[in-house]
Design a protein around this ligand. Structure first.
Ligand code: C2E
Ligand code: MG
Ligand code: MG
Ligand code: MG
Length: 275
């Protein structure tokens, strides 16, 4: 209780909450300037075919070079950007910058872009995707969008409409962080996904931590049953890789192969860059 932990606890705690909220407000203001001031950068993390261990896809991951705070990860600003709607502008920048980058790669390699639930509910999304593909010349079948279950929680008819409109353009859809949200099974049955990525939290507990192996197995079976490409994110050890191999996963991603890297590092990656 407050009394036991010493005087001033209430106000200390209270100030902390305010400080945190202040901080979010400041970051929100800073976010508004970030695009114009070119403070965003995309890093790319490879996704490999598990059998050939060749790169088949690169996932674009956003970084913010804050003028005072240095490099900030998306976990620390995406929710602020979503709250204020700035994510729509950021998301358009991400898509354009990533497509402009991907047209330089070997055309056997696809581009994965994360979509925020807020973007997913934006009526301009489909038109923007079409225009960006035309403007950059990236073939639609080289683009895949990663969507988490939280994007789909409500309005399932509206969601179906958007997903089908995206599929009609010819892009692919992955369900990201699979197993961490709700109603996964309903979504698999209703929505036209091409791929599922089992969440890092399960992969990191392999080979046998707390039922992780059972979940990783179940996702592999589900993926096969629904004819989806199965991917595992967050692979850090050989042992985890061998578990995933024995479960028949199609693709793997994680620090074991590579951390996300800046675009100027991609040439060091086998077969990525078209010379
Ligand atoms: P995500 O899409 O599930 O991306 C995977 C995250 O796990 C990335 O964190 C990646 O750096 C990290 N990761 C990959 N392999 C390993 C590993 O072996 N070990 C560990 N410990 N971590 C690994 P990051 O880049 O900080 O991104 C976090 C989340 O932020 C992403 O999760 C995604 O949901 C979101 N995000 C990133 N970029 C964007 C973006 O451009 N737009 C939107 N809307 N969201 C984004
Ligand atoms: Mg992702
Ligand atoms: Mg993921
Ligand atoms: Mg994840």
């Amino acid at each position: 209780s407050a009394k036991l932990s010493g005087g001033g606890t209430y106000s200390f705690f209270g100030n902390q909450m305010t400080e945190k909220e202040n901080d979010r407000q400041i970051l929100k203001q800073d976010l508004r300037k970030a695009i114009d001031q070119q403070q965003f950068e995309l890093y790319y993390q490879p996704i490999l075919d598990l059998i050939t261990e060749k790169v088949v896809c690169l996932e674009a991951l956003l970084r913010w070079h804050h003028p005072k705070r240095g490099l900030i990860s998306p976990g620390d600003f995406i929710s602020i950007a979503e709250e204020s709607g700035i994510i729509l502008i950021i998301g358009e920048w991400v898509l354009l910058a990533a497509c402009l980058e991907a047209v330089k790669w070997n055309d056997t390699i696809s581009l994965a872009v994360n979509l925020s639930p807020v973007q997913f509910r934006d009526s301009n999304l489909v038109q923007n995707v079409k225009e960006t593909l035309i403007r950059t010349g990236l073939a639609p079948n080289r683009l895949e969008f990663e969507i988490t279950e939280s994007a789909l929680l409500l309005d399932s008819d509206a969601n179906l409409f958007v997903l089908h409109a995206l599929k009609e353009i010819g892009v692919r859809i992955s369900m990201d962080d699979f197993g961490t949200g709700y109603s996964s099974l309903t979504y698999l049955r209703s929505f036209p996904f091409d791929k599922i990525k089992v969440d890092r939290s399960f992969v990191s507990d392999l080979p046998d931590g707390n039922g992780a192996d059972a979940i990783v197995h179940a996702v592999a079976v589900l993926g096969r049953s629904f004819n989806l490409t199965t991917t595992a994110e967050g692979v850090e050890t050989r042992e985890q890789l061998e578990c995933l191999r024995s479960e028949g996963y199609d693709q793997v991603q994680g620090y074991l192969f590579s951390k996300p890297v800046q675009s100027n590092q991609l040439h060091t990656m086998d077969a990525v860059v078209r010379f």
